[in-house]
Design a protein around this ligand. Sequence first.
Ligand code: TGC
Ligand code: FAD
Length: 399
Amino acid sequence: MAQPTPIRNADTAVQLDPLDMLDVTSQLTSEQRMVRDSVARFVDEQVLPIIREAFESHRFPSELIAPMAELGLLGCYLEGYDCAGLDGTAYGLICQEIERGDSGLRSFLSVQSSLVMWPIHAYGSEAQKQRWLPAMARGEAIGCFGLTESQGGSDPGNMKTWAKRDGSDWVINGSKMWISNGSIADCALVWAKTDEGVRGFLVERDMPGFAAPEIERKFSLRASVTSALYLDNVRVPETSVLPGVSSMRGPLSCLNQARYGITWGVIGAAQACLAEALEYTAGREMFGRPLSHTQSVQMRLADMARRISTAQLLSLRLGQLKDTGRLHPTQISLAKWNNVRMALDIARDCRDLLGGAGISAEHHAIRHMLNLESVITYEGTDAVHQLIMGKELTGVSAF
Ligand code: TGC
Ligand code: FAD
């Protein structure tokens, strides 16, 4: 009879990394680790020292665009056109490290890379690619993505923005709401209904009839620009229309790219909160002992590490599927729902563990918590992703 293989236990004296309990790092290639570590250094040295001030003063730190471009982060997973051509897992790790800094900065990166550069790369003409992609990769041109309208973002197919042919031009009328990067964008990718289906228009900021006022007084994503877009008889040439798609598949396929990055990004926000709570509860004495020596605090910290670990495995698996061309949109929905919910719950609990100090801008948890209230709403709310999964499981759309 064959003898069972003995289970070799790892050395229990080895200290596990609290932010990577399952040693996901060991699954990364040396290039992926190098990318992650260089972005982590950028966040430690250039983002964390300024991000609290930027959030408090409701200011997008535009001084970070050039260093992000120099690191090759903008459109990093696209091939050609001065883009870095990294794999999907490396893109995810970049999102993770940037969002460890702030969700607003990751939003900037997601919109520029996945919602503007990706569709130009996938659906644009050669002239559109040449005009916009290298400039966007260098951070010299900024993009925004106009899909949502005020009557309801969960159902973008109900959009009212309309474009009509007029000679060799198109004339666009309508408005968009809650558009990241809107007021700083040189090029707005506006999705509009036409007689030929939903099409994407590259609207330039100085085109007559176009305006992009910033939405102020936000309590969330304060270090990010969010805007309305108004289009009043905006005339664009045929060369400004993306030729490669004319249905809702256009904008919805862009969301796959951005949502994938978000599943990784929010892990960074959760890690930042857990790191802060571990340090705080170890130093805070209550009833004669550190908070971290009590059972209930340890149980809460353990629960956070459990949820971060499972989210890491989910995103790592999505990366493998993406890099082998097998990633299904419903798998992204499963992870967007799970991981953002995980991060928001952890940020709220860490805020609570810091007590009164947790409401101060001195600490990171409340900023991440407030930011994650947007992240759980944009790119499909929990309800949207649950219903996408429900449709997959039952074959019936309940939208
Ligand atoms: P439905 O009838 O199911 O499909 C219409 C067409 O689209 C295709 N399709 C997809 N294609 C690629 N990827 C996907 N994920 C797709 N989902 C659907 C589908 O095959 C069909 O194609 P065709 O060629 O046959 O016409 O669409 P629906 O109108 O019933 O909508 C479905 C629903 C509710 C899931 C969708 O509308 C949805 O996802 N709603 C949520 C909207 C949303 O997430 N908006 C995000 C806006 S951007 C943003 O928030 C940026 S935040 C900044 C940051 O990212 O950091
Ligand atoms: P609604 O769709 O009105 O939803 C309200 C509530 O109803 C939610 O809880 C939702 O889950 C629930 N609900 C909806 N339908 C159902 C249903 N069938 N069953 C049960 N519950 C349901 N959009 C862009 O196009 N580009 C951007 O760059 C962009 N950036 C954003 C940045 C920020 C900071 C924010 C907050 C939003 C941004 N958005 C952007 C818009 C975002 O995608 C929408 O806010 C989101 O899709 C939700 O739409 P809504 O706000 O209209 O909420």
